[in-house]
Design a protein around this ligand. Sequence first.
Ligand SMILES: [Fe+2]
Length: 288
Amino acid sequence: MISPIVSVPRTGPAPGTPALVDALEDGAVLMFPDLDFPLSAFEQRFVERPFADGKAKNVNIRGAASTLRGAAGTPEEQEALRQVLIRYRGFAEALVAEHLPAYAGKVTFAGTSYRPFDVDRRKMSWRRDDTRLHVDAFPSNPIGEKRILRIFRNINPDGQPRHWRVGEDFSTMAEKFLPRLPGYSPLSARMLAALKITKARRSEYDHLMLHLHDALKQDMTYQETAPQADVHFAPGQTWVTFSDLVMHGAMGGRYMLEQTAYLPVSDQARPERSPQRLLAKALGRALR
Ligand SMILES: [Fe+2]
């Protein structure tokens, strides 16, 4: 089954729409067509040209001090851009509180990013090529027993949509790829942590997700022939998904805001629907 897009207009979802948390945990993308996030006259410049130093893919804020990284512009412009990102984090927090109240107080809001570049403008290595269908995994930042929840918004001023592909459900994908993945070595995981290559010990789950991410992106036959659908997110639309569960590729579009949040597996409505438990189920044993 291809990941469904569930529209959640301000007037409420259509009758028969499953509870939003259920849809999300089952691998849907929730799309909010009409939430407000206005930019001031001064802030309009951030969607007219990229305020990025060009070294990284995005500009972002992180940490308690919300330090801005990767930005370009005058000090005044950079401070204004930082404030847009802080405001967007508040917008994402409010969205979770209102529409996903079961997660309120359980989700940790991490990095917030401004993505001014067209996805296919920069030539990436296959591993960093996010036009290829994948699930998110972070090489240096082990996730362990947490889920990756992401809140995106298209702020393009010229009507240009954000073009995504979404793929088949996680378990069907994992069944095809699990037999090809290398085995997990607790010893090498301890070494990576000791050498500070990873910020914490890479669990077997993290190991599997990294190798899944790479195996998916390297398999061009799968990329071209796997079940998939094109989705276009129009300017003004906001979408929310578990990007560790939903197969996705970003095909085009520029000027977007993104908030990353983490949810402990144990705080899901049904933890058995996490990729952690789905992989354990597919292997027929607990993960190490
Ligand atoms: Fe991704």
